[in-house]
Design a binder for this molecule. Structure first.
Ligand code: GLN
Length: 494
């Protein structure tokens, strides 16, 4: 590689240099593959690395540059895909045994869109099975280690994507966020993670978990890189019936706009149970915004604290229905039986892990006759209260801030025996999904050597002001609190 070009570096710098002909996409992708080869044996961010396809895609980008064309805004940028995004010809497991060996016949819309923008997918990342979890420990293929401390989880469910960016294996990654699965691992790994407005990014080809909540979002080391990726993936897709028709003004262009006069609410309900270091980060970020000219005030939105219980009825209900398609016939694993019903039961018993089974049973129960109104119906009413609580707050504020996660990254194994403790990891991220709003986690400070993220929340299509606030917070953050870092691998338990 040219002597002046270092890897890892930012996505925007790579795209600029590739488009200018200063470095070849192939060299960049080779550097990414080398870094994956050095570190991923210990970290286990990737379930599949598509080295040959990546090099071929890089060569195609270089050919466009050589011919005087423009390969796009993410030219030559190595990118990781959460393994619940369908990739044509490349195994896609969703972290589950039931999809072992399944090779999708089509690409998710986002996969096509990032490739068309010149990005180069280098592989598929580890996740909690069907994106159900907060630590990547529910993956059927083993846990991913946090690059800041290999004995800690990277968060989840998009833990492989978050860790791959934090470790500098790739500058960009995609994940999915149903209740916090982009933002929480971003916070625990010291990277930026965005959950866009529901419907802004196509879900076509995303393996469904809870369809009224699922949304695909970017991971990056910087706010500007995350904005560049969001601008590429946002947009209407006729193949997704929930895709919004309205466009969004590119957020990349608004990053320098500052926050003068922006009304920022600090969600006081989120400061009660969060750890002291997470509370301190939010207060310091509020101070940064205030010094930059924002009008900052505390606001109580008690309805948000009801979100978690509503989510754990709505999300399993939708999941139980979405996961009915894994019947041993159409996809992946089949365990034979004397008749179709037995084959179906055996395939599902063997193919699904314990957390997925728990959700299917819970979801089926809350939808059953006699319990539907008491549980599912009630949860939908509470969902409305959460949206209303936000709605009232956004009459007075442009954006809200709070912790992303109640704690820093916890130790591997610390919460696996206690599902409720695990669920509480998403206490502050879930309300956003219930309301369909956007939010972003920005790395802000360190607590005992581990990164702490601050969350910026906004109303529907409020990504512009949200990114303006995020950029200012990033500017005032501890630069030592964000990736990419040299992974700390000593003493890893495996
Ligand atoms: N941790 C939450 C859950 O287990 C959220 C997961 C997600 O956003 N995919 O459901």
């Amino acid at each position: 590689m040219s002597a002046v070009f270092e890897y890892p570096t930012s996505a925007l710098e790579i795209a600029r240099a590739v488009r200018a002909g200063e470095v070849r996409a192939r060299e960049v992708v080779e550097a990414a593959l080398e870094r994956i080869a050095s570190f991923d044996g210990a970290l286990h961010c990737f379930l599949t690395v598509t080295a040959d396809a990546a090099l071929a895609a890089a060569d195609a980008v270089d050919a466009v540059v050589a011919a005087g064309g423009d390969p796009g805004p993410l030219a030559g940028v190595p990118l990781a895909l959460k393994d619940n995004l369908c990739t044509r010809g490349v195994p896609t497991t969703a972290g589950s045994r039931i999809l072992e060996g399944w090779v999708p016949p089509y690409d998710a819309t986002v996969v096509k869109v990032v490739a068309a923008a010149g990005a180069v997918a280098v592989g598929k990342t580890n996740l909690d099975e069907f994106a159900m979890g907060s630590s990547t420990e529910n993956s059927a293929y083993g846990v991913t280690h946090n690059p800041w401390d290999p004995n800690r989880v990277p968060g989840g469910s998009s833990g492989g994507s978050a860790a791959s960016v934090a470790a500098g294996l790739v500058p960009l990654a995609l994940g999915s966020d149903t209740g916090g699965s982009v933002r929480q691992p971003a916070s625990l790994c010291g990277v930026v993670g965005v959950k866009p407005t529901y419907g802004l990014v196509s879900r076509y080809g995303l393996i469904a978990f809870a369809s009224s909540l699922d949304q695909i979002g970017p991971f990056a080391a910087t706010v500007a890189d995350a904005a560049a990726l969001l601008d590429v993936i946002a947009g209407h897709d006729p193949a997704d019936s929930t895709s919004l028709e309205v466009g969004l003004e590119p957020v990349s262009r608004q990053l320098e706009a500052g926050v003068a006069g922006l009304r920022v609410g600090v969600i006081s309900d989120f400061l009660v149970d969060a750890s002291p270091s997470c509370v301190a980060a939010v207060r310091a970020a509020a101070e940064v915004l205030s010094r930059a000219g924002a009008v900052v005030e505390e606001v109580a939105i008690p309805a948000l604290m009801l979100g978690l219980s509503a989510y754990y009825l709505v999300a399993p209900a939708e999941a139980s229905s979405n996961l009915a398609r894994y019947d041993g016939v159409r996809y992946g694993l089949r365990v034979d039986g004397p008749d179709a019903a037995q084959m179906n039961a055996r395939s599902r018993s063997k193919g699904f892990g314990p957390e997925v089974k728990r959700r299917i049973m819970l979801g089926t129960y809350v939808l059953s006759a006699g319990y539907y109104d008491a549980y599912y119906g009630q949860a939908q009413r509470v969902r409305t209260l959460v949206a209303r609580g936000f709605g009232e707050a956004y009459e007075h504020f442009d954006v809200l801030i709070g912790p992303t996660s109640p704690t820093v990254a916890f130790e591997i194994g610390a919460k696996t025996q206690d599902p409720l403790a695990m669920y509480l990891s998403d206490l502050y991220t879930i309300p956003t999904n219930l309301a369909g709003h956007p939010a972003v986690s920005v790395p802000f400070s360190l607590s005992e050597g581990l990164p702490v993220g601050v969350q910026v929340l906004a109303p529907t299509l409020g990504e512009g002001p949200m990114f303006r606030a995020a950029a200012v917070i990033e500017h005032g953050a501890d630069p030592g609190a964000r990736g990419p870092i040299e992974p700390r691998l000593a003493g890893a338990v495996r």
